[in-house]
Design a protein around this ligand. Structure first.
Ligand SMILES: [Zn+2]
Length: 89
């Protein structure tokens, strides 16, 4: 089954320090994705320098931005891990 993460940025005002470690690491991973995507603004899936966050996977994350949906989509080049980050702006 494909593993898809949906991150709604309008809910990101929570206290970062109260999150469990795995959630903080995942938030940092999403920050990298957002930063790289907003720097390059790819409209088609484009590889980044970011490694997949799945343990044991050595895939590279590709991202694209969807201006109509106000979202970033991302996926691994190797495993089925991927997701969308919505409500960016
Ligand atoms: Zn992967």
């Amino acid at each position: 089954m494909e593993k898809t993460f949906i991150a709604n940025m309008s809910e990101s005002g929570n206290d970062f320090k109260k999150l469990p470690k795995s959630a903080r690491e995942f938030t940092c991973f999403l920050d990298l994705i957002i930063e790289d995507t907003l720097k390059n603004l790819p409209v088609n899936f484009t590889p980044t320098y970011i490694r997949c966050n799945k343990r044991g996977c050595y895939g590279i994350i590709s991202t694209k931005i969807d201006f109509d949906e106000n979202a970033i989509e991302w996926k691994c080049s190797v495993c089925p891990t991927g997701g969308a980050i919505t409500n960016l702006f």
